[in-house]
Design a protein around this ligand. Structure first.
Ligand code: 3HC
Ligand code: NAI
Length: 685
């Protein structure tokens, strides 16, 4: 059956697309829409048109899988021009998410009717492109530059209340009545001769034509967030064209910018990121119909940095949480921080006070593990020591009801060893959240040797429910993310003892696009993590820094010196400490180039990623990319470490690893998989 069908309702032709899952505007849909408009125009009995979709959503955009392939007509701009040029009124009936090309189709229509739950937006920028079917020209003409710019440049969709208030939607109708209401609306506008064509409007852009300062003030406010990205800048340029040029020329400009972006590396990387995230949600050897456990309540052990943040995820999703601690003071402190975090969110307008109170009302505390016995999921977030974890899991096994999931938030420890001290290792799993756990999107789901499919599938479903991006990892020290991080840290530490300055290492990595370098990260997290004042022996730079009270930002000094506003500057004391170590080691400091810093930090990460794949610790290379983009701020416009390595060329990475072999010593041994792929000219993705 055709993906686009037409039917008549009196004098209205209803064009319906049915292209699951999201009615993407692939070639067949575009051809069907165009044919539908032609049918309406050639039939004298038809006086108006409704464009609508079956299934869960109006068109959610162009079909991203077609990008990078030879185009097959009709093009989307062509279809939208045909819709807009129609002499018979066209009404778009919107439900679900009208995104990208979907909103552009709706903007081509003369009227837009929607249900209250719908969302509309132009998220193309997230894929490294800009709206390429007239969105940058028509949206400002309909809602004005001040409203259009943030929608196009940030890609964030808006709800119907907002859409109606800015004139993007003409009528909101009750849920469940959309088709009938859209047809009634179409009938009510039959005979209108001066149809409101978005592309012909000038009323909403005349202010920006007279005073283009709206662009400079937008850039002033948002420019910093665009650092490194090509698409947002192109989006602004395209909207400027809407103000400065007639429609036809503006559309031409938009097309040029679109074509340039879509064939570039950033867009390829961001499209990879989009599909990688969705692929990560799939576990190859777990059947789709695996039964799930209904998680109605969660118990959390430890109200420290992680326990509190983890709790917030569930509270925000409406799932009751009980937190267990060793003493009342720790509970009070933990609960206080949770409340403060919520109240700060409310102050920033991202939550109402009712929502804060609702979340807090779902939280209870206890000092008695017995109170957790009925929970469906337990997440342990106590100190990172195997002996303590084993103790805790032995007690959980005795106390918690059968059938509950017993999870550990451990960063490095062996989940199988933890599972082995219970009588139900199949119910044990690693749920590795990232700090701050209420904010960071990544959740590493650590699949133990005996973890059951049900426990794994439930954890994946739960991750989605609490808005996390989940990636499955096998059991290995540090799992996917921290295992790769360790390789970078090792080289960074080594290079400062060969002559590189910590701030040079940090600069090279931030220039690459990472939010911070290893030494800035150490100062932020605390140089003293894992440092024991009783056992310290001045044997590493880190130990000496801690011994001298340089524990990071919290003490005003670490690798860097900090001012009152926590701005860091290079520290001469740190330099002296490093110089003393080099003298002791008999090392003559040498100049280390930016190129060497980058290669020695990043190539071993790729190499470790390859080993993780080789060992089957990650299901696919793109999963490693998802971990690093969502957990460590790897710049998405390079697609994650493995995709980035593909763009650099695996032969180049291999040659680089070999070039630095002496410096690496036995810390970095080349992955056979990497070598094989490099020699065969293959890629990871
Ligand atoms: N093209 C092709 N496939 C798409 C797609 C698209 N535009 N949007 C979603 N899909 C696929 C996903 O890959 C996924 O496939 P899978 O089941 O095989 O993994 C499936 O549809 C379902 O997607 P989600 O899992 O993301 O479903 P959700 O319900 O969570 O979210 C959504 C739905 C909000 C529509 C989300 O999929 C989304 O944000 N899609 C992308 C929207 C977008 O970026 N549109 C702009 C496209 S570019 C464009 O329009 C250019 C134009 O200006 C010329
Ligand atoms: P933390 O020291 O801030 O909190 C641990 C809490 O557990 C303390 O409040 C302590 O009183 C409590 N606790 C200790 N033993 C307990 C017991 N037997 N019963 C109940 N409560 C107990 O530690 P943090 O940083 O929250 O780490 C917790 C776990 O999360 C560790 O395994 C850590 O490796 C892991 N993790 C930490 C991350 C981080 O960035 N801090 C990131 C990801 C994981």
């Amino acid at each position: 059956m055709s993906v686009v069908t037409t039917k008549k309702d009196g004098e209205v032709l209803v064009i319906t697309s049915d292209n699951p899952p999201v009615n993407a505007l692939g070639q067949a849909v575009r051809a069907g829409l165009k044919a539908g408009i032609e049918e309406a125009l050639s039939d004298d009995g038809i006086k108006a048109v409704v464009i609508r979709c079956e299934g869960r959503t109006f068109h959610a955009g162009a079909d991203i899988t077609e990008f990078g392939k030879p185009p097959v007509g009709p093009s989307l701009p062509e279809v939208i021009e045909a819709i807009e040029a129609s002499t018979k009124p066209v009404v778009a009936a919107i439900h679900g998410t009208a995104l990208g090309g979907g909103l552009e189709v709706a903007l081509g229509a003369h009227y837009r009717v929607a249900v209250p739950s719908a969302k509309v937006g132009l998220p193309e920028v997230n894929l490294g492109i800009l709206p390429g079917a007239g969105g940058t020209q028509r949206l400002p003409r309909v809602v004005g530059v001040a409203e259009a710019l943030p929608m196009i440049v940030t890609g964030k969709p808006i709800n119907m209340k907002k859409a109606e208030s800015i004139g993007l939607v003409d009528k909101i109708v009750d849920e469940g009545t959309l088709e009938a209401e859209a047809i009634a609306f179409a009938k009510s506008v039959i005979g209108t001769t001066d149809l409101p064509r978005s592309g012909e409007r000038t009323d909403k852009i005349k202010d920006a034509v007279a005073d283009p300062s709206v662009f400079s003030s937008f850039m002033e406010k948002n420019g910093r967030k665009m650092r490194g990205y090509e698409a947002p800048i192109a989006c602004v340029e395209a909207v400027k064209a809407a103000v400065e040029l007639p429609l036809e020329e503006g559309l031409k400009k938009e097309r040029e910018l679109f074509m340039k972006l879509v064939s570039g590396t950033q867009s390829a990387a961001l499209r990879h990121a989009f599909f990688a995230e969705r692929a990560a949600a799939k576990i190859d050897d777990v059947p789709k119909d695996t039964p799930l456990i209904d998680i109605k309540s969660v118990g959390i052990l430890g109200a420290g940095t992680m326990g509190g943040g983890i709790a917030m995820n569930f509270l925000s999703a409406g799932i009751p949480v009980t937190i267990l601690e060793r003493e009342q003071a720790a509970l009070d402190r933990g609960v206080g921080i949770i409340r403060k975090n919520y109240e700060n969110t409310a102050k920033r307008g991202r939550m109402t006070m009712e929502q804060v109170e609702k979340a807090m009302s779902l939280l209870s505390t206890t000092l008695d593990m017995g109170d957790l016995s009925d929970c469906d999921l337990i997440i342990e977030a106590v100190f990172e020591l195997m002996s303590i974890k084993k103790d805790v899991f032995t007690n959980l096994d005795k106390t918690i009801k059968k059938g509950a999931i017993l999870a550990s938030n451990t960063s490095y420890l062996n989940v199988d060893e933890i599972a082995a001290c219970t009588s139900r290792p199949e119910d044990v799993i690693g749920l590795h959240f990232f700090s701050p756990a209420n904010i960071m999107k990544l959740l590493e789901i650590v699949r133990g040797e005996k973890t059951s499919d049900t426990v794994l599938a439930t954890s994946m479903a739960l991750a989605k429910k609490i808005g996390k991006v989940a990636v499955v990892s096998g059991v290995c020290p540090g799992f996917i993310g921290n295992r790769i991080l360790a390789k970078r840290q090792e080289q960074a530490q080594q290079m400062i003892l060969e002559g590189a300055k910590p701030w040079d290492v940090d600069r090279v990595l931030t220039e690459f696009g990472l939010p911070m370098g290893p030494f800035q990260m150490a100062d932020l997290a605390g140089v003293d993590i894992g440092w024991d004042p009783e056992k310290t022996s001045s044997s590493t730079v880190r130990e000496v820094l801690c011994e001298r009270g340089r524990k990071g930002q919290k003490t005003g000094k670490g690798f860097y010196d900090y001012d009152d506003a926590r701005r860091g500057s290079p520290s001469s004391e740190t330099e002296e400490i490093i110089a003393e170590f080099m003298a002791k080691n008999g090392t003559t400091p040498r100049d280390i180039s930016d190129e060497e810093i980058l290669e020695r930090c990043l190539y071993p990460m790729v190499n470790e990623g390859a080993k993780i794949l080789e060992e089957g610790m990650a299901q696919r290379a793109s999963d490693i990319d998802v971990v690093w983009m969502n957990g460590y701020g790897w710049p998405p416009y390079t697609g994650g470490p493995m995709f980035w390595a593909d763009t650099v060329g695996l032969d180049v990475i291999l040659a680089g690893l070999e070039k630095h072999a002496d410096a690496f010593g036995d810390k970095v041994t080349i992955s056979p998989l990497l070598r094989e792929k490099a020699e065969k000219g293959e890629k990871f993705n």
